[in-house]
Design a protein around this ligand. Structure first.
Ligand SMILES: [Zn+2]
Length: 138
């Protein structure tokens, strides 16, 4: 397939190197190599046949079985087969969520702690931040 390597990297990174349909880990080097471990292809979320474009927004990394099996089914349908509702997150998105969870935890801790004493509020904010940081993001 005619995608330059930088484009492929960007597509691969969008989902942290996972198949956007089943979440399986893909191997960047094994792009287009059928039968190789983690082999993958660039998948059009909206298929060409249904008017999808080559714009990055429409392109996702998918393992070859998923890509070939998808046909003209919608992305939503195929993700549902795999019990998923959305694509795996990119590393940047995961970090953004982790930071947000940290701040939410800190805010909750602060609110709870503020009811007892200002000193306790700070301690709770720190603990809340740590709990928030440890919230699992897949
Ligand atoms: Zn897959």
């Amino acid at each position: 397939m005619g995608f330059p390597v930088e484009t492929r990297w960007r597509i691969y990174d969008r989902t942290s190197g996972k198949c956007h349909l089943c979440g399986k880990k893909l191997s960047f080097q094994n792009y287009g190599i059928i039968g190789a471990p983690g082999a993958w292809e660039v998948e059009h979320s909206i298929p060409w046949a249904l008017g999808g474009t080559d714009h990055l927004n429409n392109l996702y990394a998918a393992c070859i079985p998923c890509n070939r099996g998808k046909g003209t089914c919608s992305t939503r349908t195929v993700r549902a087969w795999n019990g998923r509702t959305r694509a795996p997150l990119s590393r940047t998105q995961r970090e953004a969520i982790r930071n947000r969870n940290g701040w939410t935890g800190a805010a909750i801790g602060l609110a709870i702690g503020a009811r007892s004493s200002p000193g306790a509020a700070v301690v709770c904010a720190i603990i809340g931040g740590l709990i928030g940081d440890s919230i699992k993001v897949h």
